[in-house]
Design a protein around this ligand. Structure first.
Ligand SMILES: [Zn+2]
Ligand SMILES: [Zn+2]
Length: 245
């Protein structure tokens, strides 16, 4: 599937398939990659970096917003090429390969939806079951500003997974929300700000509570793991997500 490259702001780029986003931060000729797609995205992601004038060896760091394979799929490949990989300790065991069982039983009711069936076929075709474990991981801590290109601040927002984190570029009012707040539902394809329901969210109530910490960033632009950027302020996005829940 095509990987579309768009520039959000100077030095901030979005790589998007029809379903999932990852982002690239540029600073001083070095890169931070936020989330790392599915294994099937690898070649096109490298081509997109080349299109920006960078090689794989220019990636200093990869931040994984949470352990799900559509966000961590290429992290180990970046690490093997020299990048450090960062994830919250609560999601670290899964990123290191302890993914537990496939939740087939919880998925079955959703497979009645045509949108979800097509999405599941897409992730299977792109290696969702073949994500390499990350051999070495640095832990993210809530509130810390990472010394990597772009100087992103970590905002722990658990619920979708225990270690779900958003990433804030404070000076630029950009919040990368991962799957803690999205604008595309992954079970029916519904658009607009929302929390993810369904078989892939660990604790939907906690996810709703975590919207408060996202709103507190007061970021103007929300860049989610799934769906289009939201440019009308995180507080408004959170209010809509709450009404929808
Ligand atoms: Zn997820
Ligand atoms: Zn996701």
């Amino acid at each position: 599937m095509a990987l579309r490259l768009t520039t959000i702001a100077p030095g901030v780029h979005r790589l998007a398939t029809r379903y999932t986003n990852w982002y690239v931060l540029e600073e001083g000729g070095r890169l931070t990659v936020l989330d790392a797609g599915l294994p099937g995205d690898w070649r096109r992601a490298n081509a997109a970096l080349a299109g920006l004038g960078y090689a794989l060896s220019d990636v200093d760091a990869v931040l994984i917003t949470h352990h799900h394979p559509d966000h961590a799929g290429n992290a180990e490949r970046f690490r093997a090429a020299g990048a450090t990989v960062h994830a919250h300790p609560a999601d670290a065991p899964a990123v290191r390969g302890d993914r537990g069982g496939v939740r087939l039983k919880q998925r079955l009711p959703f497979l009645r939806q045509r949108w979800y069936r097509i999405y599941m076929l897409h992730v299977l075709a792109n290696g969702v079951t073949r994500v390499p474990a990350v051999a070495e991981l640095d832990h993210l801590a809530d509130g810390e500003v990472l010394d990597v290109p772009g100087s992103p601040r970590v905002v722990h927002a658990p619920g979708h997974t225990p270690g779900s984190c958003a990433v804030l570029l404070e000076g630029r009012s950009l919040l990368f929300s991962g799957d803690a707040l999205v604008t595309l539902d992954m079970t029916e394809g519904k658009r607009g700000p929302q929390v993810i329901r369904g078989p892939d969210t660990d604790d939907a109530e906690l996810a709703l509570q975590s919207l408060d910490v996202l709103a507190a960033t007061r970021a103007e632009t929300v860049l989610p793991g799934h769906g289009e950027p939201w440019t009308q302020g995180v507080e408004e996005a959170v209010a809509i997500a709450r009404r929808g829940a």
